[in-house]
Design a protein around this ligand. Structure first.
Ligand code: FE
Ligand code: FE
Ligand code: ZN
Ligand code: FE
Length: 207
């Protein structure tokens, strides 16, 4: 982030003295367009494969993050929801490997900046809450942000696969999409049924 800002500043300074010179070292052009890397996707298929690698990394990261969340949760209902989703997530990783193989690509992970950030946010919510219903409410909030990110991702991947005529991949991606939606619903139910109510009660007791 700091480097990008520095580059932009440097570019501005440079463009003042040599405005016609092309700025090949900068990420952003003077008109605000982000410049493509030499390795940039050449078509939708490459973007699809890159996006698969991104969510493959994200799902793997979740298999490490979910047990931490379960250890920090107090409600049995929530612990069960998280542990069940861990098992589901492991199945989703295997399913992604099938998608890679169906489209003739090697399964590979590419760091997902968004999921890294969402997991970090979950960790800070835990640091900022005491163990109990309030931390549970925070864990649900963080988990739902994660599920919504996955819902958006698998919806997009299924649409890309449809456009590319990868019909078998579409079925697998839609299966995962429905699992992510189910997880989100279970978390909402956990929040409404017990946790947010208890969290509120605890606040009232403190007043
Ligand atoms: Fe998932
Ligand atoms: Fe992503
Ligand atoms: Zn990502
Ligand atoms: Fe999920």
């Amino acid at each position: 982030m700091k480097t990008a800002t520095k580059n932009t500043t440097a570019t501005k300074a440079k463009s003042e003295t040599a405005s016609t010179k092309s700025k090949t070292t900068s990420k952003t052009s003077s008109n605000g367009t982000i410049k493509a890397k030499p390795s940039a996707a050449e078509g939708l298929r490459e973007l699809f494969v890159d996006s698969l690698k991104d969510i493959y990394w994200a799902e793997k990261a979740l298999t490490k993050a979910l047990p931490k969340m379960a250890k920090n949760a107090s409600s049995e209902n929530l612990i069960t929801a998280i542990n069940d989703h861990l098992t589901v997530t492991e199945g989703q990783i295997t399913r992604l490997e099938k998608v890679f193989s169906l489209i003739g690509e090697k399964a590979a992970a590419k760091k997902c900046d968004a999921m890294e950030g969402l997991i970090k946010e979950g960790e800070s919510i835990m640091e900022e809450t005491e163990v109990g219903p309030v931390r549970d409410a925070g864990i649900i909030a963080a988990s739902q942000k994660i599920e919504h990110y996955e819902i958006a991702t698998y919806g997009t991947l299924a649409a890309f696969a449809t456009t590319l005529g990868e019909d078998d991949a579409v079925l697998l991606l839609e299966k995962t999409l429905s699992e992510e939606k189910e997880a989100d619903t279970l978390l909402t139910e956990a929040a409404y049924n017990t946790i947010n109510f208890d969290a509120n009660e605890e606040d009232q007791d403190l007043e």
